[in-house]
Design a protein around this ligand. Structure first.
Ligand SMILES: [Zn+2]
Length: 448
C-alpha cells in the first residue's frame, strides 16, 4: 500500500481541486481519496509494507498520456548525417526517417525504448502509445520496445507500422509482427494485475504506403484480435491526393471500407480530411491524435478541423513525450492560426489519451479518485497566482512545466521518486550516447 498525505489534488479533466487530502493506493488502483478531518482518512503511522509519501506543498494530479509517439526516434536527437535535400514532406520521410528506421538493430531499439520511457516518466507522462518501424529487424522488434516499458514501469501500447516501402516481404513481416504482439499482449491482459500494463494496436504507416491487399489483412487482424488500427492519415496533402489518384476515393472512406475505423482505432494528424471524412471519423467513434510540434517542424500545415472532431487526443510524433510542452504548442499554434479555442477549451484533447487507455485496458484513467488506475504524478509548483480548477489550463499554458514533476507512480508502482529512478540512469544515457553516432554513420550508407 502507498499513502500520499497532505496532497493538493488537481483533477484537470473533471474541474476538481481537493485540498489537504490523503490518497491510498492498493495494488494497481486508488482505493481512497479522503479529506483530512473527514474521519475517513487512514490512521496515522505506517503499517507493515506501507510506503508513505508526504505531498505537503505539492500538487498531485493524474499522469499525462502521450497518444502518438515513435520510440525508434529516441537516438535521433541532434542527428549528424548526410541528409539530402528535403523540399517537401515525402522527401523528409525518404531522406531521414526511412533511412533511420532501416539502420536500427535489435539492441538500438531496446536502448531507444529505454531512453524514451525514461524521458516520458521524467516529463510526468505515465502512458505512451507507440508506433514502431525497423525494417531491418521486424520480427521481435515490438518485444524490444516492450522491454523499455517493462524496465521503467511505464504503461503503454505499441504496434508495427506496416508498409509496402520495403517490398512485399517487409509488408507481410510487418503484418505478422502485429499479429504476434497482439497475441502476446492479450496474454498480458488475461493475467490481470500480474501482467505488464502493455497492450497492442494493429499498425500501418499511412494509406499511401498500404495497398488494398495489406488493408484487407490488417482489417481482418483488427477484427480477430479485437484491437484497433493506429495509422498516420493525411499528414501531408500527398496522402490525400494519392488516395484520390490511385484508389479514386477519400482515404478515410478507403480505411472504413476495410473495417479499419472504430472505437479502438487512432488516426494520426488528419490535416487534409474532407467534411465527409470527418463525419466518418466522428460516426465511427474513432480517435484523432493531433501532434502540433511535428506538424510545425515538417511544415505540412495546421489542422483547421480540430474543433469539429469528436475524439481528440494529443501526441508528440516522436519529439519526446513532454505533454506539458506539447500542450503549450497546441494552444499557441491554435491562437497563432486564429482559431477560436483558448487553453481551457483544449483540456479535453490533453485528457483524451485517458479514454484511449480505457478502450485498451478497461478500467478508469485520468482522475485522482477511488477506483481509478494509480497513475499519478506529484509536482513542485509554487504558484505565484491563485490556482484552481477554473484556471488550471492557464497555468499549464503559461507556467507549469514538466520540470516541476518530482515523483511518478504508474500502475501502483513508484517508478521515479524525487526525480530519481531506482536504477543507474547515467549508465543507460552513456550507452545511448555512445551508440547513437554509430547509427548515424550507418544511415550514410543507406540510400534515400
Ligand atoms: Zn507519427
Amino acid at each position: 500500500m502507498i499513502r500520499i498525505s497532505d496532497a493538493r489534488v488537481i483533477n484537470p479533466f473533471h474541474g476538481e481541486v481537493i485540498e489537504n487530502c490523503e490518497i491510498l493506493i492498493e495494488g494497481t488502483k486508488i482505493v481512497s481519496v479522503a479529506t483530512a478531518g473527514s474521519g475517513t482518512e487512514a490512521r496515522r503511522g505506517d503499517s507493515a509494507g506501507q510506503r508513505s509519501i508526504s505531498a505537503a506543498g505539492k500538487l498531485v494530479m493524474p499522469g499525462m498520456v502521450c497518444s502518438h509517439h515513435h520510440y525508434y526516434s529516441g537516438l535521433a536527437r541532434g542527428i549528424v548525417a548526410e541528409i539530402g535535400p528535403t523540399p517537401d514532406f515525402p522527401s523528409i520521410l525518404a531522406q531521414l526517417w526511412w533511412r533511420l528506421d532501416r539502420a536500427l538493430d535489435e539492441e538500438d531499439i531496446r536502448i531507444s525504448s529505454l531512453i524514451c520511457s525514461m524521458d516520458a516518466i521524467r516529463s510526468g507522462t505515465t502512458a505512451v502509445i507507440d508506433h514502431h518501424s525497423s525494417p531491418s529487424f521486424i520480427s521481435g522488434s515490438l518485444d524490444a520496445i516492450a522491454d523499455g516499458f517493462v524496465q521503467t514501469g511505464l504503461r503503454g501500447a505499441s504496434c508495427y507500422e506496416t508498409s509496402d516501402r520495403n517490398g512485399p516481404e517487409g509488408m507481410e513481416a510487418g503484418i505478422e509482427e502485429n499479429r504476434r504482439f497482439a497475441e502476446k499482449t492479450a496474454a498480458f491482459a488475461a493475467a490481470g494485475d500480474e501482467g505488464p500494463p502493455i497492450r497492442a494496436h494493429i499498425g500501418g504507416h499511412a494509406p499511401f504506403t498500404l495497398p488494398d491487399d495489406a488493408l484487407r489483412k490488417l482489417g481482418d487482424l483488427c477484427e480477430s484480435s479485437g484491437t484497433g488500427f493506429h495509422v498516420h492519415v493525411a499528414e501531408d496533402r500527398y496522402d490525400a491526393s494519392h488516395s484520390h489518384a490511385v484508389h479514386r476515393k477519400d482515404l478515410l472512406r478507403r480505411l472504413a471500407d476495410f473495417g479499419l475505423l472504430g472505437e479502438k482505432s487512432i488516426m494520426v494528424h488528419g490535416l487534409f480530411l474532407s467534411g465527409e471524412e470527418i463525419a466518418l471519423l466522428n460516426d465511427s467513434d474513432t480517435f484523432l491524435a493531433h501532434n502540433p510540434r511535428s506538424n510545425m517542424n515538417n511544415n505540412v500545415g495546421y489542422n483547421r478541423s480540430l474543433t469539429g472532431i469528436r475524439n481528440l487526443a494529443l501526441g508528440t510524433d516522436g519529439i519526446g513525450a513532454d505533454m506539458f510542452e506539447e500542450f503549450k504548442f497546441a494552444a499557441f499554434k491554435h491562437r497563432d492560426d486564429g482559431g477560436p479555442w483558448f487553453p481551457g477549451d483544449m483540456m479535453p484533447m490533453l485528457g483524451g489519451g485517458n479514454e484511449i487507455l480505457r478502450r485498451l485496458f478497461g478500467g478508469r484513467f485520468g482522475r485522482i479518485a477511488e477506483g481509478y488506475a494509480a497513475d499519478i504524478i506529484i509536482l513542485d509548483y509554487p504558484s505565484p497566482t491563485p490556482l484552481d480548477a477554473d484556471n488550471f489550463a492557464g497555468h499549464l499554458a503559461f507556467g507549469l512545466g514538466s520540470s516541476s514533476v518530482n515523483t511518478s507512480i504508474i500502475n501502483g508502482n513508484i517508478v521515479m521518486e524525487n526525480r530519481k529512478f531506482p536504477f543507474d540512469e547515467m549508465e543507460i544515457y552513456a550507452d545511448a550516447a555512445a551508440r547513437a553516432p554509430e547509427i548515424w554513420k550507418r544511415i550514410n550508407s543507406l540510400n534515400g
